[in-house]
Design a protein around this ligand. Structure first.
Ligand SMILES: Cc1ncc(COP(=O)(O)O)c(C=O)c1O
Length: 408
């Protein structure tokens, strides 16, 4: 409901959300897909054909030859790190502003996450900071297309190639994102990783994919890593290296296949609505929407200059909540490196391995821009393809009112 008077909240009814059908495009097609699998009696990808078909279809969508499906976005990143095959103590450069799934696989493979800082206008890894962090132990860079905004992957690929390291793109939030050169997110790096978790542009509940244009050897290792390193194509029951079972199920794959034809429409609708909001709030002092070019709007991030805006993300979130609009200050509560798993090296027993000698580095002040965004310069508004123009206008009106209130 929309009201123009400030007597009550601007918004009194819920917005569509990815957490239920109001904000998901899930229906008859997915039901038919799941039914097909159940009726086949083949629920596992080693006997059924859905997962292999999904890999083909997602590869065609992305314009890449290689896709490995797996059980989650975190497992996709684990596959990618395992494909790089770091030795204990090797380093992988990444960001402190992401889901923990970006970073935990590095430690699981006994490598060391090294945190570079981010750009203050996007929250995405700053190539200069990445390059400064490269050492002779660096094996890879994991960059996140945060909130669906394209990361500077062309620049990072050039840096990676110059230093002989692998670039992994975390595209969990970036289906349909287009990079500066017009490429699809996930196709500029050596490997790209996607998630099918509930909140993503398309979902199968959980699920993940690793994609690659032209790295068959990395892809082969990733595929083996998802299946106990069992080379089923050789008919030999052997296990070639240490790995786990991260297979996608046929049910997940069938749902993902039904979701894929809807993806372009989902991205288009998210973009149109986000552009409407970007324009509607362009004049608000100290509030800067993320760059529109190429973004697929997993969420709608706002970058705040507290001095010009009169307050930080916490003040804005509170004022918006009073108007019935939910927004999250900072995206996450602390930089990834300040979580106990890293800062206290809570890993294997009491060993602290492989972080025992480095966890002291994971302290406040390590990445100042990351920390300033999390502590108040970033505000994240939930986004959805099922928002109507009226929904967007309510958010714009709430932001305008919040700006007045907070700035005074
Ligand atoms: C940027 C990013 N990377 C990794 C992940 C991990 O994906 P999953 O939850 O599917 O394991 C997520 C989201 O959940 C994410 O947003």
């Amino acid at each position: 409901m929309t009201t123009t008077e400030s007597a009550g909240p601007i918004r009194t009814t819920p917005f569509p959300t990815v957490n239920d059908l109001s904000g998901r495009r899930i229906g008859a097609e997915e039901l038919e897909a799941v039914t097909r699998v159940i009726n086949s009696g083949q629920l596992n990808s080693t006997v059924g054909g859905e997962t292999r078909a999904w890999e083909q279809e997602f590869g065609a969508y992305c314009g890449v030859e290689h896709v490995v499906a797996c059980s989650s976005g975190t497992s996709a990143l684990h596959l990618a790190v395992a494909a790089v095959n770091p030795g204990p103590g090797d380093e992988i450069i990444t960001t402190g502003l992401s889901d923990a799934g970006t970073v935990l696989p590095i430690v699981m493979q006994n490598a060391i996450p090294v945190f570079a800082d981010v750009d203050q206008h996007t929250g995405i890894l700053d190539p200069a900071s990445v390059e400064a962090a490269i050492t002779d132990r660096t094996r890879a860079i994991i960059v996140v297309h945060l909130f669906g905004v394209p990361a500077p992957v062309e620049e990072l690929r050039e840096i990676a190639d110059r230093h002989g390291v692998i670039l992994i793109e975390d595209c969990a939030q970036a289906y349909g994102t287009l990079t500066a050169s017009g490429a699809r997110a996930g196709t500029v790096g050596h490997l790209g990783c996607f998630s099918l978790q509930q909140s993503k542009h398309i979902t199968a509940g959980d699920g993940g994919m690793v994609i690659s244009k032209d790295e068959p050897e990395l892809v082969r290792r990733a595929r083996l890593f998802a299946d106990k390193a069992w080379p089923r194509d050789t008919n030999e029951r052997t296990h070639l290296f240490l790995s786990l079972n991260y297979r996608m199920t046929e049910l997940q794959a069938a749902v993902a296949r039904a979701q894929l034809p809807k993806l372009d429409g989902i991205v288009k609708d998210r973009r149109e609505r986000a552009h409407r909001l970007t324009e509607a709030i362009a004049d608000l002092p100290g509030l800067r929407a993320a760059p529109v070019d190429g973004s697929s709007y997993w969420q709608f991030p706002l970058f705040i200059d507290p001095e010009l805006a009169g307050g930080d993300g916490h003040a804005y979130a509170k004022a918006l909540a009073e108007q019935g609009v939910a927004a999250g200050p900072g995206y996450i509560q602390r930089p990834l490196y300040l979580n106990p798993v890293l800062s206290e090296a809570k890993t294997y027993g009491d060993s602290g391995f492989p972080l025992a000698d480095v966890h002291d580095r994971y302290a406040e002040g390590l990445c100042p821009v990351t920390e300033s965004l999390i502590s108040g310069r970033l505000l994240v508004i939930g986004w959805n393809e099922n928002y109507t123009e009226a929904d967007v206008d309510d958010i714009a009106a709430a932001l305008r009112l919040a700006s007045k209130q907070v700035a005074g």
